[in-house]
Design a protein around this ligand. Structure first.
Ligand code: AMP
Ligand code: ZN
Length: 481
């Protein structure tokens, strides 16, 4: 598989330390609030990547942390602990907040058909491991104690790794807007491994350590959790693009200094979901959640498809209009699948040809937009319905859009509606869309009552929706123009 690697800044053949096996790590959510649909874009695309690797025959061990301590409001080491901020906002304890929003996160994931990683580890559960890593870094003189905190000394590195999309300016933490320089640091890029002194004396969670009572920095949790559950050689590290710097840069610095060898060769970053007025962010107050989509009547899987329609390395603009378009596309797609007749012979050769197209799309830097095109190629293919259904079922192992299950529901509804209507002597033929069927029936009732004006009005209303009705013996047939 060709996959873009932010560490080398090019598309390259994805390789693993152990052939056929992938050790994969994902930066998990900071559980001080609900996840917004931007965060979930990252998790959807990482889910597709994991499922595609499995589909392609790899055995995958996927690990994810839950950030329940140490992530300050700036991604560098300044500001307030995000968890504490959440606890204050809701007048609850930090652990209550963590539990509540962790559950909420996995509820959202379930609704979006995002698989739970093989290992999920809250950061607070592995403090001894971080202390061990920090102690080793102190022994190896990669870390120093200053002003009550332990810092990583970036001047000890041959190279402080910088991902793409960042320039020298971004690295100068002291000059970033709203971020004050920490005078305890020897070098501007140094970062905290262990805090005992933060500006906020009421830090809720503290643990004993050789450097005094305190808590870990944000970056060390991901190195510690990954090394514990993925081992010393990680194959693939994922996160949103904002994690690239400073978080991932610092993970590399501390992990490789601790291990004494290369840690993770391949880095996968998902670009942001934006609104027309900029990046989506939890700290901005009002934000878009899966629950909000549901309240407004959207199926969360429509949002999943919306994400799949574009490439993970491009920014994606969210608007309600864009989502409405996705609803139309999704309904039509399910309608077309519902029209396929189950049962009969599967043509294995034809199926293989269609699967090859799907694989080629995803082998090309996880091009999910082309993989969606491969779905339409199946519908258009000159082969049996049984073959099409079998192939779509196969693709859905990766896409996870519940294509066949939703089509089955639609088919059953249509059959029920048709049976009910034919019992009344009037049959409606069409894609089986209950809203359209109802209008067609109302037109029939109006005609029966000789209310031709109303019957014409309904015909026009359907036409405005792009639907044409043709009267057939014993009923009517409708189709999209
Ligand atoms: P957080 O809960 O803030 O730690 O973020 C969880 C994940 O969402 C991280 O991998 C972030 O990089 C990612 N992320 C944050 N904002 C966005 C966004 N607007 N679009 C896509 N991913 C995002
Ligand atoms: Zn991380």
């Amino acid at each position: 598989m060709q996959l873009y690697n932010s560490a080398t800044r090019k598309k390259e053949e994805f390789q693993t330390h152990t052939p056929g096996h992938v050790e994969m790590y994902t930066c998990g959510p900071t559980v001080y609030h609900f996840a917004h649909i931007g965060n979930l874009r990252s998790y959807i695309m990482e889910d597709v990547l994991e499922k595609y690797l499995r589909y392609a025959g790899y055995d995958v061990n996927r690990v994810m942390n839950i950030t329940d301590v140490g992530h300050l409001t700036s991604d560098a080491d300044e500001g307030e602990d995000k968890m504490l901020k959440g606890a204050k906002r809701e007048n609850k304890t930090v652990m209550d907040i963590a539990r509540f929003y962790t559950d909420a996160f996995f509820d959202d994931c379930r609704k979006l058909n995002i698989k739970t990683p093989d290992v999920v580890q809250p950061a607070t559960g592995l403090i001894d491991d971080y202390i061990h890593i920090v102690s080793t870094l102190m022994e190896k003189e990669y870390a120093y104690f200053s002003g009550g905190n332990v810092y990583f000394d970036t001047s000890k590195l041959d190279r402080y790794y910088v991902f793409n999309d960042h320039n020298e300016e971004d690295l100068a933490v002291g000059v970033r807007e709203g971020v004050e320089e920490d005078t305890n640091k020897r070098n501007k890029n140094d970062f905290v491994l262990w805090f005992t002194k933060s500006k906020f004396e009421d830090q809720a969670l503290k643990w004993d350590s050789p450097w005094g009572e305190g808590y870990p920095g944000w970056h060390i949790e991901c190195s510690g959790i990954s090394m514990k559950f993925n081992g010393e050689y990680l194959d693939l590290h994922c996160g949103g693009i904002d994690n690239a710097f400073p978080h991932h840069t610092n993970e590399i610095a501390q992990s490789e200094s601790y291990l004494g060898h290369t840690w993770c060769p391949h880095w996968f970053h998902v670009h942001h979901l934006n609104t027309n007025d900029g990046k989506m962010s939890k700290s901005k107050g009002e934000f878009l959640t899966v629950s909000l989509l549901e309240e407004k009547g959207y199926d969360p899987l429509v949002y999943r498809m919306f994400c799949l329609q574009s490439h993970y390395r491009k920014g994606l603009v969210f608007s309600w209009d864009n989502l409405d378009n996705a609803v139309g596309t999704f309904n039509k797609l399910i309608g077309r699948i519902a029209n396929l007749k189950p049962g009969g012979e599967v043509d294995e050769a034809a199926a293989q040809e269609l699967k090859d197209k799907f694989k080629a799309a995803l082998d090309n830097d996880l091009n999910t937009a082309l993989a969606m095109t491969a779905v339409y190629d199946v519908l258009k293919a000159k082969t049996t319905d049984a073959t099409k259904l079998a192939v779509l079922d196969d693709f859905d192992q990766v896409l996870s859009l519940d294509l066949l299950a939703k089509a089955e529901v639609k088919r059953k509804e249509a059959e029920k509606a048709a049976a009910a209507k034919s019992a009344g002597g009037y049959t409606i033929l069409g894609e089986g869309d209950p809203a359209v069927d109802t209008l067609v029936m109302q037109r029939y009732e109006a005609k029966k009552a000789k209310n031709f004006a109303e019957a014409d009005r309904i015909r026009d209303e359907l036409k405005a929706q792009g639907i044409e009705i043709t009267d057939v013996p014993g009923g009517a047939k409708w189709s999209r123009i």
